[in-house]
Design a protein around this ligand. Structure first.
Ligand code: NAP
Length: 283
């Protein structure tokens, strides 16, 4: 392979060690950082995510408060729980795992989280702050992607960056972050006319679609940096991204694998956001 493979696991490990040091320092100052993790329903993938987040938090010296509820919980009861967490001084970060059951308005729940404890960065106030160049909490996955770009010393100023996908969780905040770093940003989505052409001009490609082989290797500009956010299951059950990895790695300068690329960074950045929030209590 021509490309440098970006080791997200190793970078995430480094971020988590730093978070652990920060948590220790906070505790020495009398502040035990706390993360509340709210899970509603039985979705197996969500259950795994939540368990991993809580476990990773504890390993870094962050208190994790688990709140598991049946899918039958009412919207009112869930909103009441969020209010309790908002006013609980031991809680620095509140994470409500998505998706929520259909009878609950997820946007309403996200908006009920205290923006100062919104470590996922999904509250409209934090979304607006990011878009206005005054970021507070930045969504964890795009933040992790920026860290990986820095890891391979990607020149951002003036670079043509293509973000594929425009979700609130990944695509849109990713585009904002790249724009802030002076990239010339294009956002592609399902209605984009000629994706191959967009990809072939991009110095940086961030793929966040959720479809196997959305980015064909032959489309990648030689020397580009490719960040693959996608998480897909192949028919044989193996995990893969949105990028045709082997072919893209022949042309790219650096590329993230799946698994072991962006995935581990998301949790690491969540922990980093949580200690950032806890630091406010010291002041
Ligand atoms: P999403 O909300 O489903 O958004 C997917 C985006 O892809 C949409 O904007 C959609 O366009 C666009 N799209 C669909 N088909 C396309 C095509 N053929 N060409 C170009 N764009 C296309 O997904 P998401 O939440 O952003 O997640 C994206 C992927 O990242 C998923 O595989 C998810 O599992 C993964 N993910 C990974 C992590 C991690 O930690 N590694 C974190 C979050 C998400 P429209 O807007 O036009 O529909």
């Amino acid at each position: 392979l021509a490309a440098q493979i970006i080791d997200g696991k190793a970078v995430a490990e480094r971020v988590r060690r730093k978070v652990g040091e920060d948590a220790t320092a906070l505790r020495a100052g009398g502040v035990a950082p706390g993360l509340a993790v709210v899970l509603v329903g039985e979705d197996p993938a969500s259950a795994v995510y939540v368990r991993n987040k809580a476990k990773a938090a504890r390993e870094c010296g962050i208190e994790a408060f688990d709140h598991k509820h049946d899918a039958t919980i009412s919207e009112a009861d869930l909103l009441a729980l969020v209010q309790r967490l908002n006013s609980d001084p031991a809680v620095d970060g509140i994470l409500v795992q998505l998706p929520l059951p259909k009878h609950i308005n997820a946007q309403k729940v996200l908006e009920s989280i205290d923006p100062m404890k919104d470590v996922d960065g999904f509250h409209p106030e934090n979304v607006g702050r990011l878009a206005s160049g005054m970021p507070r909490f930045v969504p964890c996955t795009p933040l992790g992607c920026m860290t990986l770009l820095a890891e391979v010393e990607t020149v951002l100023t003036g670079a043509r960056a293509l973000v594929i996908g425009r979700s609130n969780i990944v695509g849109k905040p990713m585009a904002q972050l790249l724009l802030q770093k002076d990239c010339t940003v294009t956002v592609a989505h399902s209605r984009t006319r000629d994706l191959a052409d967009e990809i072939s001009r991009a110095d940086i490609v961030v793929a966040a679609v959720g479809k196997i082989d959305t980015v064909r290797g032959e489309w990648v500009k030689p020397g580009a940096v490719v960040i693959d956010v996608g998480m897909n299951r192949k028919p044989d059950g193996k995990l893969c991204g949105d990028v045709e990895f082997a072919a893209a790695a022949e042309r790219a300068r650096a590329i993230t694998p799946v698994p072991g690329g962006v995935g581990p960074m998301t949790i690491a950045m969540l922990l980093a956001n949580t200690v950032q929030s806890a630091r406010r209590r010291l002041k």
